[in-house]
Design a protein around this ligand. Sequence first.
Ligand code: F6R
Length: 365
Amino acid sequence: EKGGYPDFMLKEIHEQPRVVRDTLVGRMIGGELDIDELGLTYEELNLIDRVYVIACGTSYHAGLIAKNLIEMWARIPCEVEAASEFRYRNPIITPSTLVVAVSQSGETADTLAAIRDARIKGAKVFGITNVVGSPVARESDGVIYTKANKEIAVASTKSFIGQVVSLTLLSLLLAQVKGKLTTGQVRMLFRELGDTAEQIQWIFDTQAEAVHEAALACKDAHSALFVGRGMGAAIAHEGALKLKEISYLHAEAYAAGEMKHGPIALIDPGFPVIAVTTKSPTYDKTVSNLKECEARGAKIIVVATEGDEDIKQIADHVIYIPPVRDAFCPITATVPLQLLAREVAIMRDCDVDQPRNLAKSVTVE
Ligand code: F6R
């Protein structure tokens, strides 16, 4: 059943190139982006003036990435909120509000309650889920399926990648409908999005040893900080969650620019700081934040862009990903952090597929 892999988590991590491809199949028809199951006309989509992404855990992190894309491409204000918070306040919802509910299992209690509440208040709701016919799919106005297939390991990996790819498609569609991207630009971005499948495979083929060395550097730590900016900050949140949930090593994520407002006090010699320093508009800023950590003795592990040799001046360990547009960086840069979390967990004798105290689907509040 594990297909020759030692655990389901590794098997599912390795399925991610396929998940990217399958999630994109049939989405570009005659040169036009096609998400016909959304159940809204282009006229209705064009009226949307506010987006909420609601989700929990890893799915919430996919939402952080969607916020960046929707605001960058479609220029629609977008908030991301934990479903457990959204459902108990009084969010501003009008008929032109779109709520995007993201849930692998499609049955998370808080996410479902938030969907029901949003619909009562008049919002349109899109579900993004991995389970056909699940409550999230049934109770939404439209649904995108993530094509990850059944995920068995409790820690979500391939379904996260499916969610990010699906949310990227939705962001492209909104941008096109709003006239912020031309169909030519959408086609070009769609092609590049598809290239991430091979880029993930490249990471498996070339970076295993680098991940292993980085894991050795973290395994005896009591705590670790994950940092980045922009997309890198969103990826840092997912990296920290993966590490803490399966290795029981305390990890926290911070926007790199926030370090000097408190967390840098934690840094003492040997403290692991794991950073996303891929090429992006804020690369230099993140590097200077890392220099401040290095000066205090931190052990620096980075996910960087292949060809970036300069980063070795401050990093103790470098894991490379292929050059990629910042918008698509989460799809590849998350993968080394999944692998890192798994290796650390194994080194600490943890059950990577069945971490203590956690359940695969959370159907009670
Ligand atoms: C972490 C993880 C959880 C889930 C969360 C939401 O690896 O799997 O944080 O992401 O419980 O679950 P879904 O997406 O099924 O609503």
